[in-house]
Design a protein around this ligand. Structure first.
Ligand code: 3PG
Length: 322
């Protein structure tokens, strides 16, 4: 997988933009940068597309810029000359694919069947757009189709939105999801760029799926240690698990037992995806330590301690499997 595709994997989201007035691409780019989502695809469906690509590539080099609806080699040539670093097409057009391969252009052709995946494999293409996703069967079809093709990754578009994004990105075969819901044509036309920032942030939130999973309290005393178990298990009927170092209530509340000199508290969150979570936190300027605990479980620790509280992040589902 090349660098551009690896970057798309980390962003996990591609706003698909159809633009009528090329000038509105400037505030749009700023709205996405503000949301920490500097990536977009401009569709070749309007007269303004080529100029909008030029503006972004010249004025916003930090944006990972793509072009969509590439139906002909001529579109592919225009889009790349205007600065697009990756191209997508709704279907599998061998002429477009061959042109892009000859010119070392990253092309993600559209497919929605195993036969089309095999055609792509013949051309050595392993990242494919799954389109139209929801109408073709959505994530369930992708999962069943992916079984015989473990090396293939999909960019799902068509009907993906804030309410179903989490179910898509939880599947490792999904490289990213694209969609027009993040920056709707009517919001761009009406100049509602603040709303676009809000929607982009909530798309990131749903994709990463951060959830508070448990709280570890440090520095309990000898007396607390003997009181905790009967209160939680007998009075409040909660499952209590005791080890040499902790008392865990309902798999959520964890008391560090005395003897450990650690008096700090830890808030544990889960995410849908380590790599994307790490990437987005670093994008926002946080220092994050990528560690492995004594049981071999990966943990991301935000280095900045907030007061007496540390924050650690693990992958959703991993705790329950312990
Ligand atoms: C595409 O170009 O991939 C689709 O038009 C995006 O579909 P959506 O509008 O349902 O997000």
């Amino acid at each position: 997988m090349n660098k551009v595709l690896r970057q798309l994997r980390l962003y996990g989201l591609i706003p698909i933009i159809t633009i009528d007035d090329a000038k509105s691409v400037r505030p749009l780019a700023q709205a996405l940068i503000k949301a920490h989502l500097p990536v977009l695809e401009i569709t070749f469906r309007t007269q303004a597309a080529e100029e909008a690509l030029h503006i972004i590539s010249e004025e916003f080099p930090e944006i990972l810029l793509g072009a969509g609806t590439i139906l002909t080699p001529e579109n592919a040539e225009k889009a790349t000359k205007a600065g697009a670093r990756f191209l997508l097409s709704p279907g599998f057009n061998p002429r477009v694919v061959d042109y892009c391969r000859e010119h070392s252009i990253t092309i993600v052709p559209g497919i929605n069947s195993p036969t089309q995946i095999e055609l792509a494999l013949e051309k050595n293409i392993r990242v494919l757009k799954f389109f139209p996703s929801e109408a073709s069967g959505g994530i369930e079809l992708i999962k069943s189709m992916a079984a015989p093709f473990p090396d293939i990754h999909f960019i799902a578009t068509g009907g993906v939105n804030n309410s179903n994004i989490a179910t898509y990105v939880a599947f490792p075969g999904i490289l990213a999801c694209g969609g027009s819901w993040i920056a709707k044509e009517k919001d761009i036309a009406a100049g509602r760029f603040e709303d676009i920032t809000v929607t982009a942030k909530s798309a990131i939130r749903n994709m990463l799926g951060f959830k508070v999973a448990s709280i570890q309290l440090g520095g309990i005393g000898e007396k607390d240690e003997t009181a905790i178990e009967p209160v939680f298990s007998e009075l409040l009927h909660q499952p209590v698990k005791k080890s040499n170092t902790t008392i865990v209530v309902s798999d959520i509340l964890e008391f560090k037992i005395p003897g450990t000199t650690d008096l700090s508290h830890t808030i544990c969150l889960t995410t849908n995806d380590y790599e994307r979570a790490l990437f987005y936190m670093q994008q926002q300027g946080y220092n994050v330590q990528d560690k492995t605990d004594e049981q071999g479980l990966r943990e991301l620790w935000i280095t900045e301690v907030i007061g007496n509280y540390s924050i650690k992040i693990t992958k959703a589902g991993v705790h329950e499997q312990r």
